[in-house]
Design a protein around this ligand. Structure first.
Ligand code: NAD
Length: 376
């Protein structure tokens, strides 16, 4: 096995923890990347194809995201090697066992991510005697992140703030811009909803079953009803159907990845047609592909700036704030950060990601400078 310390750099990861319980086939990894700014926030991702490397990269994204959002929290992530669609009693047992296994890591605050939800967080809170957990159901004191569409709300505002900086030939407004969304779950479908409220046109959507394209515009409410009924976007009768990954070829102005990591790489990046890419998913585009897009004049708003709405919501839940305060704070902060990095990118002739890294890493390093041992 390759040495796990090969991932270590000046920020972390501080801890990599293997969780294994053979009696119920629980296999998971917790990565606590950096806690110099405070207890680490990091969702629990459940999927059959996760990996340690994915977990390490996602934990780093959380460190940067929390720092850029001005939260006094570090970054972490947990991955559970399992199919999230397993029968509920089995899932509950796995999640409760995971909570027990991680109970002594007090510097880690658990939250939901792909494959886990607010009910899972309620099980964890129950299992750990009311310890702090984020992403809880409203009935357990939480702010329902996915129900209010916190992350998607932030994406909408990142897009509006970015449009004046894009190389669009016509007026820079959301109205009439053609959008394609990869992944039609909590983030993707809420993003579609918020964007069509501004008269944008959803021309393409994809989920794990396939992709659908209609240059005249898809009926977003119909797509949401299908997904809520457990169906796929390709079950909509209108539009042309394609294999899932073909969404990268769809003719559109704005492309929103809102599903898995590394969906755009050096191999397929030249197929993207949009002028603006806003990363709803974490690490959806490899570094080399993102650089290629920048060189082609395509603007990419990086994950840890664009999709910080969810973690801002978690931060407010942690501080005991209420739902009505959340959306306004997300709107203000994401617009401000988007403009900040795009200005710096323009004046210093660097990519938006490089500008965002400067902002976040500067904050983490300053927090580290106050500590005896930098991270601990
Ligand atoms: P979700 O599980 O609710 O939805 C995921 C969607 O993606 C589903 O529709 C699924 O069918 C689809 N999908 C899966 N693999 C796909 C593929 N290869 N191609 C196309 N579609 C695919 O998840 P979510 O909460 O919406 O999260 C999506 C992404 O956004 C993740 O990367 C997550 O880390 C990131 N994110 C989520 C939040 C949040 O608040 N939920 C916050 C920040 C970042």
């Amino acid at each position: 096995m390759a040495d796990i310390l090969r991932f270590a750099d000046k920020l972390g990861p501080a801890k990599i923890v293997q969780v294994y319980e053979p009696s119920i086939d629980l296999k998971a990894v917790l990565v606590i990347d950096n806690i110099s700014m405070g207890p680490a926030f990091g969702g629990i991702r459940m999927a059959a194809d996760v990996s340690i490397e994915e977990c390490i990269r996602l934990a780093r994204t959380m460190t940067l995201k929390n720092a850029a959002a001005g939260l006094s929290h570090g970054g972490a992530k947990t991955v559970v090697y399992a199919d999230p669609k397993m029968p509920k009693p089995e899932k509950e047992r796995l999640i409760r066992a995971l909570a027990c296994a991680l109970r002594n890591f007090r510097e880690y605050v658990m939250g939901p991510d792909m494959g886990t939800d607010e009910e899972c967080m309620a099980w964890i809170k129950d299992e750990l005697n009311n310890r702090n957990v984020t992403g809880l159901p409203a009935e357990a004191g939480g702010i329902p992140i996915d129900q209010i569409g916190a992350t998607a709300w932030g994406l909408r505002h990142a897009i509006e703030a970015a449009l004046p900086y894009c190389h669009f030939p016509e007026a820079c407004t959301l109205a009439e811009s053609r959008v394609a969304i990869q992944g039609f779950g909590a983030v993707g479908k809420n993003a579609a909803r918020f964007l069509i409220e501004q008269n944008a046109i959803l021309v393409g959507a994809a989920d794990s079953q396939g992709a659908v394209y209609d240059p005249e515009g898809l009926d977003v409410n119909k797509l949401i009803r299908l997904k809520d009924a457990g169906k796929s976007v390709v079950d909509i009768p209108e539009g042309e159907k394609f294999p899932r990954d073909d969404i990268i070829d769809f003719d559109c102005d704005i492309w929103i990845p809102a599903a898995r990591p590394d969906v755009v790489t050096e191999e397929n990046v030249h197929r993207l047609k949009a002028k603006l890419v806003v990363e709803g998913a974490n690490i959806p585009i490899t570094e080399a592909a993102e650089k290629y897009l920048h060189d082609q004049g395509v603007m990419v708003i990086p994950d840890f700036i664009a999709n910080a709405g969810g973690v801002l919501c978690a931060g407010m839940e942690y501080q005991g704030k209420i739902e009505s305060e959340v959306l306004e704070i997300i709107e203000k902060l994401i617009r401000k950060n988007t403009r900040l990095i795009l200005e710096e990118s323009r004046t210093k002739k660097i990519t938006p990601r490089e500008a965002a890294m400067n902002l976040a890493v500067r904050r983490v390093e300053r927090a580290m400078s106050f500590k005896r041992w930098s991270i601990y």
